[in-house]
Design a protein around this ligand. Sequence first.
Ligand SMILES: Cc1cc2nc3c(=O)[nH]c(=O)nc-3n(C[C@H](O)[C@H](O)[C@H](O)COP(=O)(O)OP(=O)(O)OC[C@H]3O[C@@H](n4cnc5c(N)ncnc54)[C@H](O)[C@@H]3O)c2cc1C
Length: 301
Amino acid sequence: MKQDIISRQLREILTDDELRFNEPLSRWTTWRVGGPAEYLVFPSTVEKVAWVIKTAKAHNIPIVVLGNGSNVLVKDKGIKGIVINTSKLEKVEVKGTCIFAEAGVTMPYLAKHALQNNLTGLEFSVGIPASLGGAILMNAGAWGKSIGEVIKEVKVVDMEGEVKNLSKGDMVFKYRESSFQRGAQVIVGGSLELAKGDPIKIKNLMNLHQKSRLEKQPLRLPNAGSVFKNPEGYAAGYLIESVGLKGFSIGGAQISDKHANFIVNTGNATAEDILNLMERTIHCVESFYGIHLEPEVSILG
Ligand SMILES: Cc1cc2nc3c(=O)[nH]c(=O)nc-3n(C[C@H](O)[C@H](O)[C@H](O)COP(=O)(O)OP(=O)(O)OC[C@H]3O[C@@H](n4cnc5c(N)ncnc54)[C@H](O)[C@@H]3O)c2cc1C
């Protein structure tokens, strides 16, 4: 059977720890929803990522990449094909004011690592629960800063399984958008150009950002951060709140009563509940303001 051949080929290079079958993706997303991945792989080296891609290509099966799962809505029926989880790509190296990290390293870890090395430039990211790869793809940002501003180089594996190093001129970053969203590749690492800074000032700024998040965001319940992008000139949260949707729920999905651009899983939400709530929100804001809200979260499956 095709599935047995694919499994055998994946097992040639992946250890037992790096391969799961029919794994519920609700375990790997911060919303805690999502059906199973046919194959969920956790390659621990760039060579293994390339092997997985070549295997998928040889059998003509789709590939989806999952970082820390903090900005995705995986549908209840799950994902057919191979899902590459980058969490085992975790090397970090500091050289002068530059940090190279593999794609699975999380932004809070990188921000703290920068602090330990007296480097400034990543304070904004201390509370963003992203992997570096996901942060690059989404051009994650906060407090007026974003990852695109400090990225110097990005290492990718393309859909032929070839490793490529891209420099600044090869990529474009805009508000929650990057040129990586248009291409098909797995981001496997990146170099960040930071600057020498005063560790006390860096730490104080990080603490300030963290305090503000705790006050404003519903961090006690599973969520995926801001669900919608801010339309030009408006805050999506304000628009949603002003049409009276704060606290409104469908099934186990609720528009947070703390921050209206967050949808929280109150315990037993399905992806369908969240999708229905997103559609209702888009419809209400469009009818009232004539503004179309665009999802920030990626919908997979
Ligand atoms: C509590 C909370 C607070 C948040 N605050 C912020 C914030 O302040 N600012 C902000 O910008 N975002 C915020 N987010 C959203 C989220 O953390 C970011 O969008 C982040 O960049 C997603 O990274 P990830 O690793 O979780 O990616 P995932 O959610 O796993 O994936 C997101 C997208 O990137 C793709 N992808 C992931 N990794 C790779 C890779 N290595 N190669 C190719 N494609 C890849 C996926 O296929 C998917 O399309 C928040 C989320 C939460 C839960």
